[in-house]
Ligand binder design. Structure first.
Ligand SMILES: Cc1cc2nc3c(=O)[nH]c(=O)nc-3n(C[C@H](O)[C@H](O)[C@H](O)COP(=O)(O)O)c2cc1C
Length: 329
């Protein structure tokens, strides 16, 4: 499970940074991986409103840091958006990132593709401002709500703190840091009750990628799912994206992961599914290990790829039913 913090202030170790650290510390107490992005230090070109993404599903601007951010947004289970209030809104640096999520909005609402994690991903807003204004967080809350919706996350609320101005003010607030920590921990607790499943294959290019996506798509509320490969390649098989898109499932921005990237801290896996590792798959603690016999679709015909995809979808549905969690049709 990944918790992503978007630190929107240009000031490192300022109020927003400390508040977000407290939130992530709370999440970390639950044994999950946390990652803080210093948005102001990333190269993010503002959206040009060219509408290229509405036709193509990705942004025309390709030479900045957004590609990595799209990937992380898709990988995250919980996204914390943190910003100081600048003129009653988020900072310009954060707003540039928000506007570039229009590509994800277009994939969802124009191309009608569903990110498999979008049913369970959660989002939260942390904000600080210097004044006491009644409407201090109103505009930013609406922006955060629509941003989170575009990236496929439910808006779980806002912790906003007034009269926070100079460096370090947040540390003297009677409850801000403890409240942020409590919210981080609480939101992760809700997600960490799910059964942990890991799909492993050789390249993490096709079989384990689509098994992961199907299980997230059909039963992400019951399973915390990951996939990896013992010899990961650079990119997932483009057919995987194409074939899954025909089913309305969006695999864009997903990447193959090696065994070292498995988020295995915390509880052991409830289930590891081996799908043809070359070496015997590694000693990762799991309550149960299954072996799904599936031939590697690399280099095979499109018919073979469709057949493999349908076979994996069927096996995933059977797995959900075996676990007695729900009927899947
Ligand atoms: C350009 C700019 C605009 C600001 N606008 C507002 C504002 O509209 N309302 C407000 O209460 N505070 C405003 N502030 C104050 C910051 O929100 C406040 O100092 C905050 O604590 C800074 O957080 P940081 O330490 O994370 O950067 C503004 C600050 C700057 C630099």
């Amino acid at each position: 499970m990944l918790v992503l913090g978007l630190m929107g202030s240009p000031r490192r170790e300022g109020n927003t940074d400390l508040l977000l650290s407290a939130f992530l510390e709370g999440a970390q107490e639950e044994g999950v991986r946390v990652l803080k992005i210093y948005v102001a230090e990333k190269r993010i070109t503002p959206c040009q409103g060219c509408r290229f993404c509405e036709k193509n599903g990705f942004c025309r601007i390709e030479d900045d840091d957004m590609d990595e951010i799209y990937h992380l947004l898709r990988r995250a289970d919980l996204v914390a958006v943190a910003t100081p209030i600048f003129f009653y809104g988020p900072t310009a640096q954060l707003k540039a990132l928000i506007d570039r999520s229009q590509a994800l909005w277009a994939r969802r609402y124009i191309l009608k593709l569903q990110d498999p994690k979008s049913k369970v991903r959660k989002g939260f807003l942390l904000a600080v401002g210097a004044t006491r204004g009644k409407e201090l967080f109103t505009g930013t809350s609406v922006t955060a709500r629509y941003f989170l919706n575009a990236i496929g996350a439910s808006f779980e609320g806002v912790s906003g703190f007034r009269q926070i101005e100079s460096l370090g003010d947040i540390s003297h607030h009677p409850s801000a840091l403890s409240e942020a920590k409590r919210r981080g921990k609480g939101l992760v607790e809700m997600l960490s009750k799910r059964k942990r499943v890991l799909f492993l294959c050789r390249e993490n290019a096709y079989r384990s990628q689509i098994a992961e996506a199907f299980l997230q798509f059909y039963a992400g509320e019951s399973f915390d799912v990951q996939s990896a490969g013992d010899q990961p390649v650079r990119e997932i098989n483009p057919f995987a994206i194409e074939v899954m898109a025909k089913k309305g499932i969006d695999l864009a921005f997903r990447r193959p992961k090696g065994l070292g990237e498995i988020e295995s801290k915390g509880r052991p896996f409830d289930l590891i599914v081996l799908m043809g590792c070359e070496t015997s798959c590694p000693a990762i603690p799991a309550a149960r290990v299954e072996n799904w016999e599936l031939e590697d679709p690399a280099g095979k015909s499109i018919e073979f790829i469709y057949k493999t995809t349908d076979a994996i979808e069927k096996m995933v549905k059977e797995l959900i039913q075996q676990e007695g969690l729900k009927e899947v049709h």
